[in-house]
Design a protein around this ligand. Structure first.
Ligand code: ATP
Length: 138
């Protein structure tokens, strides 16, 4: 089994898609191991997106991700990382995400693309430790 860190981003929370997204996760068969509604601090958001620090959209990305409540979750299951990324669809909701995916069905913009999911085992470990420090030691 595998774990992945998922964020239901502030745009999705503001638009009322928390239930819809959690429902898709549950219908896929993934287990919700941790779930928390919170406003991300600048420190956690900056560390989460540290790999994008030099990108032109980084300041705007941090402003967006800290702009309101988001839902942080840890999902568990066989191939949980790839399974959630399949549900999410590609990064750009119009150019990359297919209909039937969360981004493809509900998104229009590259930044406000509803969800985040870890992209590798290493990222998942780092992100779970960052968002749920108490969980990562288990
Ligand atoms: P995430 O890491 O959130 O799952 P991802 O791995 O699909 O997304 P990355 O390329 O790591 O995509 O980009 C991280 C996040 O930065 C994206 O999810 C999106 O919110 C934002 N982003 C990516 N590209 C752009 C862009 N060209 N303009 C604005 N925001 C962007």
């Amino acid at each position: 089994t595998e774990r992945t860190l998922v964020l239901i981003k502030p745009d999705a929370v503001a638009r009322g898609y928390v239930g819809e997204i959690l429902s898709r996760i549950e219908r896929k068969g993934l287990t919700i191991a941790a779930l928390d509604l919170r406003v991300a601090s600048e420190e956690v958001a900056g560390s989460h997106y540290a790999e994008h620090a030099e990108r032109p959209f980084y300041p705007s990305l941090l402003e967006f991700i800290t702009s309101g409540p988001l839902v942080a979750a840890v999902l568990e299951g066989p191939r949980a990382i790839a399974a959630f990324r399949q549900l999410a669809g590609g990064t750009d909701p119009v150019d990359k995400a297919l209909p039937g995916t969360i981004r493809g069905d509900f998104g229009l913009e590259a930044q406000q693309n509803l969800v985040h999911g870890s992209d590798s085992v290493e990222s998942a470990e780092r992100e779970i430790a960052l968002w749920f420090p108490a969980l990562s030691s288990i």
